[in-house]
Design a protein around this ligand. Sequence first.
Ligand SMILES: [Zn+2]
Length: 282
Amino acid sequence: MTNWIDTHCHLDAPEFDADALEVATRARSADVTHCVLPAVSVGNFATVRLLAEQFGYSYALGLHPLWLREAQDSDLKALDEELTRHQSDPRLVAVGEIGLDYFVPELLVSPMRERQEHFYREQLKLARKHNFPVILHVRRSADRLLKHLRDIRPEGGWCGIAHAFNGSQQQAEEFIKLGFKLGFGGGVTYEAALQLRRLATSIPLSALVMETDSPDIPPHWLYTTAADRALGTPQGRNEPAELPRIAQVVAELRGIPLGELAAATTANALAALPKLRNLVQC
Ligand SMILES: [Zn+2]
């Protein structure tokens, strides 16, 4: 039997308010048996935990770089306390989603640039302190992320996922060397995404995990062009049930059977987030 793990899904996003149950049911029918739900701010810590419990999924706790405008230093203290309180919760599998975003212009310059860096470093320290893997947001920021990962390294090394990875081959190799798996999703379904497609075939199979980043990064068959949106067609909503079809593209690019990709990426997800071993049968 084929099983898929969606290693990155924002099921708590408002886009799913009306039908999260149907979304989870469709995922199961599509053999997506598990989803990892990363948090983005202190405000959604309780929600991702509740959703994980409700659907038998897992969650991560962290402060996302795109949600830092309102964040306070007291949020780091709150995260520290949550990680202490829920350390033995089998469903809490990582610190995330954390990282650096150098794509959004406002975040690239002072004071947000330093602010992002501060929160990222402090959260790496918390992950190290509480012995959790990390789920990383990497957008034009791979080298800087790597620098801090090397600075703040747990004794046994890092593990975790660089999600929606879209860096260079060399950066990919550096993340893998540090102990990370790389997350691939809807981006690879676009024929024009040449570099990303090349990466999805060139990295070792042992470093690859699948994700949707739902409701974001719709695969090409759900994508609505700017012209269509201007005419009132909404952007297609991505959801975990799309994962096998996205994975089919990766399997074809790599020239391997879909079942082999499912088995490998499931095993890789369990290696990246070891607490999943108690939640996922494979
Ligand atoms: Zn995300």
